[in-house]
Design a protein around this ligand. Structure first.
Ligand SMILES: C[S@@+](CC[C@H](N)C(=O)[O-])C[C@H]1O[C@@H](n2cnc3c(N)ncnc32)[C@H](O)[C@@H]1O
Length: 273
């Protein structure tokens, strides 16, 4: 079986060809997928990408899905995992109504879902407001975050990892603050930046095109329509651990080592060429 994992990030498997913009090891081929998929027609049995398509503009996404179709063998499978816009909107509406009633936990959940909806699209610096939220000393809605993005289950490895990192960063920050006039330096740097707007905009453009931000969002309707418009057939929505791909759960791409869904905010869809 020839299988390719596009925009793999840190989630890859040795049985697959893994490709990403960024790579610091031999198992991941470094390539900009906006230039196409660097393989011949009818080459792969499976094309998979997780949380990649939303990083492309709408028009780039059409070209990219056409590329996925081109490199698949007839009868080959495409599997896509993507943040589910419908779920984000449902959560937004639910917590908006509860927040209006003053429910404190609902307000925290509302703040978080706004980050999923907007911060991921509009941020102008790495990790954005979402990064700041995740590094807060007190996070009131950890259980909700775990259900949304798989972080912060109390007692889990991830939970302790993130908290330790936060505490460590927090300590360093307060030590630095004591000895260095951070505020003055920041003002100086901002002034310096404003003096050279050309450089500033270049930097901003570079970040906006770095593959971190969301350029579009999808739901079960728009993703199905996109696939159908690119000639894909036999579309089906799946759970993280369900697939037509043989031995899917062995690869641990949509589930983790414990068999738990890796990115719970996802919509999973498969189709055939
Ligand atoms: C949100 S991460 C998802 C990573 C992984 N697939 C996962 O599910 O955890 C998006 C990944 O897509 C990559 N990416 C974004 N634009 C890309 C492009 N034009 N070419 C190749 N990789 C790209 C990023 O570098 C990043 O690793």
């Amino acid at each position: 079986m020839k299988m390719i994992n596009l925009g793999c990030g840190k989630s890859y498997h040795k049985d697959w060809i893994n490709i990403d913009f960024k790579s610091n090891n031999k198992k991941v081929i470094q390539y900009n997928l906006l230039k196409g998929i660097p393989y011949p027609d009818n080459y792969f049995d499976v094309v998979y990408h997780s949380h990649l398509l939303e990083h492309f503009s709408k028009s780039d996404a059409i070209n990219f899905i056409k590329e996925c179709y081109r490199v698949l063998k007839p009868g080959g499978i495409i599997r896509i995992a993507i943040p589910n816009l419908e779920e984000i909107i449902n959560n937004y509406k639910k917590y908006l109504d509860l927040a209006m009633k003053g429910d404190k936990l609902a307000i925290a959940n509302y703040d978080w879902i706004m980050l999923e909806l907007y911060d991921q699209c509009v941020r102008n610096y790495s990790e954005g407001e979402m990064g700041k939220y995740l590094k807060k000393k007190q996070i009131p809605n950890k259980e909700y975050l775990y259900r949304r993005i798989g972080y912060f289950r109390d007692g889990s490895k991830k939970d302790s990892l993130v908290i330790n990192k936060t505490t460590f960063l927090f300590k360093i920050k307060s030590i630095i603050k004591k000895f260095i006039p951070v505020k003055k330096i920041r003002i100086f740097l901002t002034k310096l930046k404003n003096k050279i707007p050309k450089g500033k905009y270049k930097q901003l453009g570079k970040f906006r095109l770095s593959g971190e931000i969301h350029q579009w969002m999808y739901d079960r309707f728009s993703l199905s329509r996109l696939l159908q418009n690119c000639n894909f057939k036999k579309l089906k929505i799946y759970q993280a651990n369900e697939s037509n791909i043989p031995n899917w759960n062995n690869y641990k791409l949509d589930i983790n080592e414990e068999g738990v869904i890796r990115k719970p905010d996802s919509l999973f869809i498969e189709a055939k060429k």
